[in-house]
Design a binder for this molecule. Structure first.
Ligand SMILES: [Zn+2]
Length: 415
C-alpha cells in the first residue's frame, strides 16, 4: 500500500450521506485515511496546489450493501460466473469458487460499494474473502460476516445446507451463537420466520419460540455482537423487535402494525427492506421457482413497498440491502427505494449512513469530519436521476481510507 498521509479533493459537489442537502464547490481534505475538513470554496475557485480536481462531479460516501450473500454461488448473477459446464468436461474444482469471490469483490469496489454486510454464505466463504481483503491479498470492500445463519430445524436447512446452523431450544441457540464467533463472525443472523424461497416453509409464523430467539439476542449482546433477524411474517417480526434485535431483514409485513415501526424508530432498530429480492422471485427468475412461490413473491413485493414508505414516515432508519446479484449491481436497490417513494437524499442516506448503522459502524457512511474516507465520486447528478449511482461507467473515483482504488479517474493519478 502507498503511504499517502494527505489527499485533497477540490471542486466537488458533496452529498454527505446524512440526508443534508448537497454542498457545491467544496474541498474535502483527508488526513491519515479520515476526513479532516469539508470547506465550501465557492464556485470557480482554483483547486489548491496538489489537490485532485474532481471537476464539479458529485462526491458522496462509498455505498454500503447491508444485506448481501457473499458467495461463489452465482445463480442469481447470470453471466457473472464461468459458463455452465458442458458434458465431457472434467468436473470443476471447488476451489474455482474463491476466484469467483475475488471477482465479486473487485466488481463491487468498481461500482463504489466500499462496505458489505454478509448475511449468510456457504461454508466460510464470506469470512475467507473478508480475510483476503483485510490482508491485502485481493482488493475489495470491507466485509462483515455473520458466519452461518442460526435457524430452527426447518425445511430451509435442507436447501441452504452449510449456510445454516440449525439449532433447537435456548441452550442450543446459545451454543450456535458461540460457534459463529469461533468461526470469526462479526455479528449474528437468525431466522425469525421461514424463507419465501422454500416451497414447504410458510414465511408467516414465527419459526422460533420467544425463549429461543431471546436466548440468541441475549447471548450475542452479552458477548458484544449485534443481531440481524430475517423476518417476513408479522409474528416473527414482532418477536424480533420485542426481543431487541438490531436489524430487521426484509420486514415486509411491518406496515400492518405501525406500533412496531414506532418501536423500531425509538430503539434505533434498522430496517433493511431488500426490495430487489422480491423482484427476483416475482418477475426475474420466475421459471426457476414453483408458481405458488412466484405468486407469493408478488404479494410480498407489494407489502415491501408499503412498509418502505410506512417505515420512512415512522422515522425508522433504513438501509440498502441488495440480496441479489450480480455483484456490482447492488445500487439497483437504491434506485428501487427511490422509485418506491424515498427522496434521492433519503435513498442516499439509506445506502450510506443508514447502512453503516445496520453494520454498527459509526465512523463510515458519511462525509463528515472524523469519518473514514471511504468515498465515491461520480459523473452526473444523482439527486436529479438516482440511476446515476447504478451505472459503473459513471464511477470516476473510489477511495478506501483516503486511497484511490478504482474508477476511471484512478489510473491517471498514479505517479
Ligand atoms: Zn438474504
Amino acid at each position: 500500500m502507498q503511504n499517502v498521509p494527505m489527499t485533497v479533493l477540490a471542486n466537488a459537489r458533496v452529498i454527505d450521506g446524512t440526508g443534508a442537502p448537497a454542498v457545491e464547490s467544496a474541498t474535502v481534505r483527508i488526513e491519515d485515511g479520515r476526513i479532516a475538513e469539508i470547506a465550501a470554496a465557492g464556485a470557480g475557485a482554483a483547486a489548491p496546489g496538489g489537490a485532485i480536481d474532481v471537476g464539479g462531479r458529485t462526491l458522496l460516501p462509498g455505498l454500503i450493501d447491508a444485506h448481501a450473500h457473499v458467495s461463489s454461488d452465482h445463480s442469481r448473477s447470470p453471466g457473472f460466473g464461468p459458463p455452465p459446464p458442458r458434458k465431457g468436461e472434467l468436473p470443476r474444482p471447488r476451489e474455482l469458487g474463491y476466484f469467483i469471490l475475488a471477482k465479486a469483490a473487485s466488481a463491487m469496489l468498481a461500482a463504489g460499494i466500499t462496505s458489505v454486510r454478509d448475511v449468510g454464505a456457504y461454508d466460510d466463504e464470506a469470512i475467507v474473502l473478508r480475510e483476503a481483503v483485510r490482508l491485502g491479498i485481493v482488493e475489495g470492500p470491507r466485509i462483515l460476516s455473520c458466519g452461518r445463519i442460526i435457524s430452527a430445524t426447518a425445511p430451509g436447512g435442507a436447501i441452504f445446507t452449510t449456510m445454516y446452523r440449525e439449532a433447537d431450544g435456548p441452550e442450543d441457540m446459545r451454543k450456535a451463537v458461540r460457534e459463529q464467533l469461533r468461526r470469526g463472525a462479526d455479528f449474528v443472523k437468525l431466522m425469525a420466520t421461514g424463507a419465501r424461497s422454500v416451497l414447504v416453509e410458510d414465511p408467516e409464523p414465527a419459526q422460533m419460540t420467544t425463549e429461543e430467539l431471546g436466548a440468541i439476542v441475549d447471548e450475542a449482546h452479552r458477548l458484544g455482537v449485534r443481531v440481524a433477524a430475517h423476518a417476513e411474517g408479522l409474528d416473527g417480526a414482532r418477536l424480533a423487535v420485542q426481543q431487541g434485535v438490531d436489524t430487521v431483514e426484509h420486514g415486509l409485513s411491518l406496515h400492518r402494525e405501525p406500533e412496531l415501526l414506532e418501536a423500531m424508530a425509538a430503539r434505533g432498530i434498522v430496517l433493511v427492506p431488500t426490495l430487489t429480492t422480491f423482484h427476483d422471485l416475482a418477475d426475474r427468475f420466475t421459471s426457476d421457482f414453483p408458481a405458488p412461490l412466484v405468486e407469493q413473491a408478488k404479494r410480498q413485493r407489494e407489502e415491501a413497498y408499503r412498509t418502505l414508505v410506512a417505515a420512512r414516515d415512522a422515522g425508522v432508519t433504513l438501509a440498502m440491502g441488495h440480496d441479489s446479484g450480480p455483484p456490482g449491481d447492488n445500487a439497483i436497490e437504491l434506485v428501487r427505494m427511490v422509485q418506491g417513494g424515498l427522496t434521492p437524499l433519503e435513498g442516499i442516506a439509506a445506502a450510506t449512513s443508514g447502512s453503516a448503522a445496520a453494520l454498527g459502524l459509526e465512523d463510515i457512511g458519511t462525509v463528515t469530519p472524523g469519518a473514514v474516507a471511504d468515498l465515491l465520486v461520480v459523473d452526473g447528478d444523482p439527486l436529479a436521476d438516482i440511476r446515476v449511482l447504478n451505472r459503473p461507467e459513471n464511477v470516476w473515483l473510489v477511495l478506501q481510507s483516503g486511497l484511490p482504488v478504482a474508477g476511471r479517474g484512478h489510473v491517471p493519478m498514479q505517479p
